[in-house]
Design a protein around this ligand. Structure first.
Ligand SMILES: Cc1ncc(COP(=O)(O)O)c(C=O)c1O
Length: 366
């Protein structure tokens, strides 16, 4: 069958998303004694007891459809963030919201400025809608170059996706860089700031994005419960923006996009700020431990504002990646983002990080 003639324009060239390998896949393929997954920037800790309990209590109601507007969670999250419930919308992960933004804003042929070496969901969503991605390369420090991004905005530009911090490099842009960029933003272009990792950032120069929404900047901020809150498997993320933008996104939202267990878990997780901060402290301690070991091996890495580290292993990273898989250690190979000698390591718990470092040291020195 010639399936191509049925396809919408833009779909044919789409590459399917390549997720980090699953533990099951590695167990089946290589039969290692133990699998360590350091590939998808998840939280290495299971959620706290109160969150598990909330999921269990909600389980009895799963015969009923969920509330697509998450009316229990929205006011609670709004007061936590200092915004109004009508400035929030929830998605089946932040990923779904990326697609919803493109569905709502992008006409065929309009352009969207995206960073070259970044999370690939932006490009996929733009292409699905028949939009044209325009790529802005990172600078020599592996940082997003906001001057370059601004230079690529044309009258055809409808959307701009900026991850802050960026994945896979873990870098941020600062408040002053961002404010300079905003001065170049034409009225017609709508800006999406993806802050999936913002809880990990501890830099006084990191911009407070929600303040800019209050000032009327045409901006939407994406966040998620997948990372610092440890709920990746339940799929819940959210967007903050002007009520008129949120209202518009509800038009393209599928009626029951966020499930009941996810809403209940996210609501309970918001009450667990002590737990969240403890996990972030652990990640920071582990990052310091990994940095020290990498310096000892004389390997270059990009200091990270997130729970992952982009490491230059100074050899064919694809080969190293496969070798690690044989030992049951899953990371991501940098070639996915065009960096052939890099790997992206998600910071795990101490034992997992030690296992990775021991294996890496052996390979580097052999
Ligand atoms: C930059 C960035 N944005 C969004 C996401 C997706 O988050 P979610 O799990 O909420 O879909 C990820 C996940 O890895 C990410 O790295």
């Amino acid at each position: 069958m010639d399936i191509d003639r049925y396809l919408r324009k833009g779909i044919k060239g789409l590459k399917p998303y390549i997720p980090g390998k699953s533990e099951e896949e590695i167990r089946e393929t290589y039969h290692p004694p133990e699998v360590v997954k350091l590939a998808s920037n998840e939280n290495p800790s299971s959620p706290p007891g109160a969150v598990i309990e909330a999921i269990q209590q909600e389980a009895i109601h799963v015969n009923r459809y969920p509330d697509g507007k998450c009316r229990n969670l929205a006011p609670k999250l709004a007061s936590f963030l200092g915004c109004n419930p009508d400035e929030l919308i929830f998605g089946n992960g932040a990923e779904e919201l990326i697609l919803m933004v493109c569905q709502a804003f992008l006409n065929e042929g309009e352009t969207c400025v995206i960073v070259s070496n970044t999370f690939d969901a932006y490009e996929t969503a733009v292409r699905i809608m028949g939009g044209v991605p325009v790529f802005s390369p990172l600078d020599s420090q592996y940082r997003i170059n906001l001057d370059d991004v601004a230079g690529r905005i044309t009258p055809d530009t409808k959307l701009i996706f900026l991850p802050n911090p960026n994945n896979p490099t873990g870098t941020i842009f600062t408040r002053s860089e961002f404010e300079k960029f905003l001065r170049h933003l034409p009225e017609k272009a709508f800006l999406v700031l993806d802050e999936a990792y913002h809880e990990y950032v501890n830099d006084p120069d990191y911009p407070d994005s929600i303040e800019y929404i209050k000032k009327g900047v045409p901006l939407l901020v994406l966040r998620t419960f997948s990372k610092a809150y440890g709920l990746a498997g339940l799929r819940i993320g959210y967007a903050v923006s002007h009520p008129s933008v949120i209202e518009l996104l509800h038009h393209v939202r599928l009626p029951f996009n966020v499930n009941r267990l996810a809403e209940a878990a996210a609501s309970a997780a918001l009450d667990q700020q002590v737990w969240v901060q403890k996990r972030i402290t652990e990640i920071n301690e582990e990052k310091a431990f990994i940095y020290k070991a990498l310096r000892g091996m004389k390997l270059f890495f990009i200091p990270s504002h997130t729970n992952f580290i982009f490491i230059n292993v100074q050899c064919d990273a694809e080969h190293l990646f496969r070798n690690l898989l044989h030992q049951g250690i899953i990371v991501r190979q940098g070639s996915i983002w065009g960096f052939k000698t890099f790997i992206r390591l998600t910071v795990g718990n101490h034992r997992e990080n030690e296992r990775f470092l021991t294996a890496l040291k052996k390979m580097i020195s052999s």
